[in-house]
Design a protein around this ligand. Structure first.
Ligand code: 5GP
Ligand code: ZN
Length: 114
């Protein structure tokens, strides 16, 4: 499968990984938009939020609970931002579901673009 994040998960493309478990991998975004900018990625190839089904409920719960753990591990004690881009109109460029975890600065407004 020609998917960038599947290749990163398989170790075929290098990344700076900060966490890994049986369901998820977390690595640094190559173009960080904040001092901490991580991507929380399910090992399973799911295209986007729009493709989620009931069978993924366990994964979603795991994933959500992972976010504050990773944020704490990264020292984001005063808060953090999570972003999920869905589909071309939502700004998604890598079509393997992922959550952006941003922090380390006081992030302005609700926007994501700099
Ligand atoms: P999207 O717009 O799909 O939500 O975000 C994809 C993210 O993946 C972007 O923030 C982009 O900087 C990041 N990205 C693209 N290619 C690579 C790569 O090869 N390695 C890493 N670590 N991040 C990447
Ligand atoms: Zn993939």
């Amino acid at each position: 499968m020609d998917c960038l994040f599947c290749k990163i998960i398989a170790g075929e493309i290098p990344s700076t990984q900060v966490y890994s478990d049986e369901h998820a991998v977390v690595f640094k975004d190559i173009h960080p938009k904040a001092p901490v900018h991580l991507l929380i990625v399910p090992r399973k190839h799911i295209i986007s939020l729009a493709e989620l089904e009931e069978q993924h409920d366990g994964l979603i719960a795991h994933w959500m609970r992972l976010l504050p753990k990773i944020a704490k591990q990264q020292g984001l004690n005063h808060g953090f931002r999570t972003v999920i881009n869905t589909g071309p109109a939502g700004g998604q460029i890598v079509f393997h579901l992922h959550i952006h975890l941003l922090g380390g600065d006081k992030l302005s407004g609700a926007g994501f673009d700099d």
